[in-house]
Design a protein around this ligand. Structure first.
Ligand SMILES: CC(C)=CCC/C(C)=C/CC/C(C)=C/CC/C(C)=C/CC/C(C)=C/CC/C(C)=C/CC/C(C)=C/COP(=O)(O)OP(=O)(O)O
Ligand SMILES: O=P(O)(O)OC[C@@H](O)CO
Ligand SMILES: [Mg+2]
Length: 232
């Protein structure tokens, strides 16, 4: 596994389709977060991605591009995250787009800076759930997807994605107990220190997105909470 940055507690995810002021961006980059992800589901353009990249590059924080389309593949990031949506009903979102992209970019890729994420999308209201034609997984399904991510595909990351809503900490704990090598990412609806700590108790890494655009002060507090909470 070439994925070197695997001891991260906290990540911020910035959406290139949303506006953020320089002041807020600076505070995110200097917050003590382990890295900043650039990624989103809808209306993500190359211009939007490059704008964020150049602004984040004024800081030393590592910068990751999470790919959601062929159009936004671009050099210059420290790491690349490539989603596979395990609970999609269409093979396109599990491996066909990735296969297509590899035909074009394989020769340019550095696997040491690339991590494939096995996504399980649990919020049926999330844009990514609809876009990738997911089914709602029950507990048994989620645990089986986690086992599949680790033992079939040997993925570096299993991502419990509740984008836009706060998830179920007990399920996160159960999934964590299923994983021994694959890192568990939790993302969705984290809005305060308590929630950051509650999810970080079980997940290896928490990802904080939307609250950045709603309440920057609350967003910034999640960093300390994530770093003060030890895995159980
Ligand atoms: C020199 C050079 C060009 C270097 C780069 C080489 C490189 C790294 C090449 C990449 C090769 C490769 C295999 C690329 C894959 C490309 C691809 C199209 C993959 C498909 C990914 C996929 C399945 C996307 C589906 C949607 C999804 C899961 C998105 C993840 C992000 C997400 C869920 C964001 C949350 O959404 P948000 O918009 O915030 O939601 P809300 O608005 O509701 O909050
Ligand atoms: O935007 P929120 O709901 O914080 O979710 C974070 C991240 O998991 C989105 O991909
Ligand atoms: Mg979002």
């Amino acid at each position: 596994m070439g994925y070197t940055a695997n001891n991260w507690n906290h990540l911020f995810k910035l959406d290139p389709a949303k506006e953020i002021s320089d002041e807020h961006l600076d505070r995110i980059c200097e917050s003590g977060t382990d890295a900043v992800i650039v990624g989103g589901t809808d209306e993500v353009t190359l211009d939007g991605v490059l704008d964020l990249l150049s602004r984040i590059r004024r800081h030393t924080v590592p910068c990751i591009l999470e790919l959601s389309s062929m159009e936004t593949i671009t050099p210059g990031f420290d790491y690349y995250y490539i989603p596979m949506v395990l609970n999609s009903m269409e093979k396109k979102w599990v491996m066909d787009l990735q296969h297509q992209a590899l035909k074009e970019y394989k020769a340019l890729m550095n696997w040491d800076e690339t991590a494939v994420e096995g996504y399980c999308i649990l919020n049926q209201e999330a844009k990514a759930f609809t876009k990738t034609n997911c089914t709602v997984p029950d507990e048994e399904d989620v645990l089986a997807y986690a086992a599949m991510a680790e033992n079939f595909f040997h993925l570096p990351v299993f991502y419990m994605e509740y984008s836009g809503t706060y998830g179920d900490p007990q399920l996160v704990e159960k999934v964590k107990n299923e994983l021994h090598h694959t890192k568990l990412f939790y993302g969705g609806g984290i809005e305060n220190s308590f929630q950051a700590g509650e999810m970080k108790k079980h997940a290896d890494t928490i990802v904080v997105g939307n609250i950045i655009y709603e309440d920057i002060k609350k967003a910034l507090k999640t960093v300390k909470a994530a770093n003060e909470t030890n895995d159980e």
